[in-house]
Design a binder for this molecule. Structure first.
Ligand code: AMP
Length: 486
């Protein structure tokens, strides 16, 4: 699965992965495995909180799951048959340990832990109000707002307090919440971010993606629906719909890039969907090529789909080094500037003398494309025709994907011809928004409502951008600047 290509500033950042197990022995060990399968959703930090009776145990660490939850000692200390975990990539808040989730609070009713995938769009506004009311924030994470709203709620049960809190927040959230004797999964009314429900014998599992269920041998039951809250306890599972219903808007970029290809999101296998996207791209944007070459790994399924639909042979013209870790990339600017060469190399045997159709899933800043095109040329390609398996990314995401501001998005600043020049491709084409919807098998609008959140491609934001708007002045308004932490 594609990863952050080179250095942090070169691309969008992935969001987070959440996982929970209720009612299985050694729940924390299973959560660690689930988080490992969801590692592609966030590599910055990971945490697990477990419950045994009234007692909570927590371990949080910066780095990969496999590097931090690898000893029987650590896992053994996370006792109990219920546990939740989180993989973090910071979209809001700094990267310090205090922001590593699950966040935990000690309430009058006992401990409560929250793992959040998504991004709240009015967290800053609420935070200011809460601070004025005397709340002391421990982190800079938007998720902490939910903890304070739960604490202030006058409702009597955890479930009702959570509903009360969530009715005040705006934005995208898939949450796994744990309190004494219960685990709760909930998706925001638009269902922007994914969350699935599974069973492992008598136990219940909640996961961002089905690949997290597979790794522990859990059975996929269904997606938690947009706006649905599932409450799991000794009595079994209850499903509630506490919010006013709105037409769901699942993030279409999960299919383009985020989700792991072996996952099933909203009843679509991601790998098959990506191949369909590639096939649609081949129909819309044929290229005079001898070979279809993916930018690995994220471009592979779409390139396969393109090759099958166009009849042009598929081949691995770029080889990826899988051992490039973030720690190696980040520390020095010198290393950073080596950029793509650390991670990819042109395969001359495939590329020399060929007219290459190069397929990648998306262009964000254009850094990857520029370097990869140069690399393919260096390896002897006669022509390079770049094909992108999504529409131009023209707008920032405020719902959990840390995109750069519009001034840094290549497609927000240039038309396709100018982009082709900038990346030095003989031709460049993107999939149309209509083509993307055809590939996922939906009409773009039903009753005038887009069927997905496609704001990064269209600028049509389904959920209010309260924080962003509160901090904008007239001329900045269409830049949708990200909000600085207070
Ligand atoms: P850029 O180099 O800024 O144009 O980024 C585009 C590259 O980043 C493509 O190869 C994508 O596979 C990859 N990409 C797209 N979205 C993300 C994301 N959210 N996190 C990390 N990489 C991404």
């Amino acid at each position: 699965m594609g990863e952050r290509p080179f250095a942090e500033e070169d691309s969008l950042h992935e969001e987070c992965g959440v996982f929970g197990v209720y009612g299985a022995p050694e729940a924390a060990a299973r959560v660690a495995l689930g988080l490992h399968a969801l590692q592609h959703r966030g590599q910055e930090a990971a945490g697990i909180v477990s419950f045994e009776g009234n007692q909570c145990y927590a371990h949080r660490a910066i780095g990969l799951v496999g590097d931090n939850f690898n000893s029987a000692d650590i896992i053994g200390r996370l006792k109990g048959d219920m546990a939740i975990g989180h993989n973090r990539y910071s979209t809001t808040g700094d990267a310090g340990l205090r922001n590593v989730q699950p966040l935990f609070g000690d309430f009058s009713f006992g401990g409560l832990a929250v793992a959040h995938n998504g991004n709240l769009t009015n967290a800053m506004t609420l935070r200011k109000e809460l601070i004025a009311r005397g709340c002391l924030f421990q982190s800079t994470s938007d998720t902490e707002t939910i903890i304070h709203l739960i604490a202030l709620s006058r409702e009597q049960t955890v479930e009702k307090r959570l509903i009360d809190a969530l009715k005040q927040v705006e934005g995208a959230y898939s949450l796994v919440v744990m309190a004494r004797g219960q685990m709760i999964g909930v998706r925001d009314p638009f269902g922007v971010r994914p969350l699935v429900l599974g069973r492992l014998n008598d136990a219940y599992v909640l996961a961002s993606e089905t690949c997290g269920l597979d790794i522990i041998g859990a059975e996929y039951v269904r997606d938690v629906a947009a706006g649905e809250m599932v409450v799991i306890s000794a009595e079994g599972m209850r499903s509630l719909h506490p919010f006013s219903p709105v037409p769901p808007r699942f993030c279409i970029f999960e299919y383009v890039y985020f989700a792991r290809p072996d996952s099933v999101c909203e009843n679509r296998n991601v790998y098959e969907t990506r191949q369909a996207i590639g096939a649609e791209l081949a129909h819309e944007a044929p290229a005079p090529g001898d070979v279809v070459v993916p930018v690995p790994d994220s471009g592979i399924p779409a390139a396969l789909g393109y090759a099958k639909a166009s009849g042009i042979p598929f081949d691995l013209g770029i080889i990826r080094n899988h051992y490039v870790g973030r720690t190696f990339i980040e520390p020095s600017d010198q290393v950073r500037h080596l950029g793509v060469k650390l991670k990819h190399n042109g395969n001359r045997a495939v590329l020399a003398g060929k007219r290459v159709v190069l397929v990648d899933d998306s262009i964000v800043r254009g850094t990857t494309s520029k370097k990869i095109v140069a690399m393919v040329r260096e390896a002897g390609a006669a022509e390079v025709h770049m094909r992108i398996a999504s529409p131009p990314t023209t707008h920032s995401c405020f719902y959990g994907v840390d995109t750069p501001t519009r001034d840094q998005l290549l497609a927000a600043q240039n038309d396709v011809a100018a982009m082709a020049k900038l990346i030095d491709a003989d031709s460049l084409a993107f999939l149309s928004i209509g083509g993307l919807y055809r590939a996922v098998g939906e009409a773009r609008r039903v009753a005038n409502q887009p069927q997905f959140c496609d704001a990064c491609f269209t600028g049509e934001y389904p959920i209010a951008l309260t924080d962003a708007e509160n901090t904008m002045t007239g001329s900045q308004k269409d830049l949708f600047l990200r909000v600085a932490e207070v």
